[in-house]
Design a protein around this ligand. Structure first.
Ligand SMILES: [Zn+2]
Length: 455
């Protein structure tokens, strides 16, 4: 739902009146940051790996949600929320957006939710429903955690808005070496295994926020690699390489808030992976890449800030008939069984399965110098590489895992190749089937439409 507020409109119409003639009037931007601890207080089921058999056992590294609030000289605001979570599903994100919208007079297009996709964080409500077998106590712990998380994210967004102060923004790019394509072709089909010859994007996008006197206040960075150095055998809460990178930067630059966004890393894993030592290695390597960009020549960004948020219906391939789901109830695979049970329940309730998913896309333009495209779901790298080719890599930032993490977003190529990202993962996510091959054109077409709207 969209709202317009008299104050908001006034600031758009009368920029000269609403902007005071002080030192701030020379500043193109205001920025504010805030951080809140979202570490689970009690043992909780951990998100991302189906093989786990018990709740978390202790905390190896604390989890945070952070907010970066930006305001241009017309008073247009955007709040970017980042988090050490597997992802915000729609059912968790939208009530938060409603509350932030009401309390701070922000439209939906001015609120962006992003997650690091750590697989060593808590399960949140209504995500990957076929993956976990939660008992009553664990399900209650997840509900309790999710409610507290929603309160904390509303608070952190508000705290960042209260922190708004004159700032300058600049953009630069670096590179980190550890993302490797993880789809390998075997005789039986595509499996998850490092594929150094496969497509990957190792670029690190860096947005620098400086306050009065050029003091570094915040750094927002984006990298396209699954945040899964640690595997399903880890039972300690941990923010993985993205958390280590943020903490390393915050330690090296006291007083600075470092915020991580995940790019289109749906089909990339850190390589090598599997140990706590490797988490630290990859985190340090990403932090070093960011530091190198901060120390080099960065391009200064000017306004105006222009956000847009819309949904497009991504098409599923035709779903199997009821008899097929009934047959799958007898599958030896427990996940197939649960999925079939859930699909039959939808068929009983609605008479049919959904033929598409209302997929959110958010685009934020920073003047002529940067277009930030925030895609939902676990987006494979083909989307990122194609958008950079079609829209110009030097002015484009593409993130995945934003606003609604509800499925992998395979490209036409990946849909046709099959494998985990294309097919098997849809079972865990409780979706009615793989995407239709047209998914790529529909998604890319909508991004172009939104980008044109902001020209
Ligand atoms: Zn994933």
């Amino acid at each position: 739902m969209r709202r317009s507020y008299p104050l908001f409109c006034l600031s758009l119409l009368l920029p000269a009146v609403t902007w005071p003639a002080t030192a701030a009037s020379r500043s193109e931007w205001k920025a504010g940051v805030a951080t809140v601890d979202i570490t689970p207080a009690k043992p909780i089921w951990m998100a991302g790996f189906a093989a786990r058999k018990k709740p978390s056992e202790g905390v190896a590294r604390r989890l945070y949600a952070k907010a970066l609030a930006l305001e241009d000289r017309r008073g247009q605001r955007v709040v970017i929320v980042t988090s050490d979570l597997l992802g915000f599903p729609r059912a968790v994100a939208e009530p938060i957006a409603e509350r932030i919208g009401r309390q701070y007079r922000l439209r939906r297009d001015a609120i962006l939710f992003s997650s690091s996709h750590t697989h060593s964080g808590p399960v949140v409500r209504e995500s990957l429903t076929s993956m976990y077998a939660l008992d009553g106590q664990q399900a209650a712990a997840v509900l309790e955690y999710t409610a507290a998380l929603q309160d904390k994210v509303v608070e952190v967004a508000g705290a960042a808005l209260k922190d708004l102060a004159p700032a300058t923004l600049s953009l630069g790019f670096g590179e980190a070496p550890f993302a490797v394509n993880r789809r390998t072709k075997k005789e039986t089909g595509y499996v998850i295994s490092p594929n150094p010859a496969g497509p990957v994007d190792r670029r690190v996008d860096v947005l620098k926020v400086e306050g009065a006197g050029g003091r570094l206040r915040a750094v927002l960075f984006n990298y396209a690699c699954h945040n899964t150095t640690l595997g399903g055998d880890n039972y300690q809460i941990h923010s993985d390489y993205a958390g280590v990178a943020q903490e390393t930067l915050e330690t090296a630059h006291p007083g600075v808030t470092a915020l991580f966004m995940l790019g289109c890393g749906g089909d990339a894993n850190p390589d090598p992976r599997g140990t706590m030592a490797l988490v630290d290695t990859h985190g340090a390597s990403l932090a070093a890449a960011v530091d190198k960009v901060l120390a080099g020549g960065m391009r200064s960004l000017s306004g105006p800030l222009r956000p847009v948020f819309d949904r497009v219906n991504l098409p599923f391939a035709p779903a199997p008939p009821r008899e097929e789901w009934q047959a799958r109830l007898k599958s030896k695979d427990v996940y197939q069984q649960r999925h079939a049970r859930d699909m039959l329940a939808i068929l009983d309730r609605d008479g049919r399965l959904p033929s598409s998913y209302p997929y959110p896309i958010q685009v934020v333009r920073f003047g002529k110098d940067l277009t930030m495209v925030a895609l939902a779901g676990e987006v494979v790298v083909d989307y990122d590489l194609r958008l950079k080719k079609e829209l110009g890599a030097e002015r484009l930032w593409v993130s995945g895992y934003c606003n609604d993490v509800f499925a992998y977003i395979a490209s036409k190529r990946v849909v046709q190749e099959g494998g985990y990202e294309a097919a098997t993962s849809m079972i865990y996510y409780g979706q009615p089937g793989p995407w239709a091959p047209e998914v790529e054109e529909v998604l890319i077409g909508k991004v172009h439409q939104l980008v044109r709207k902001l020209k």
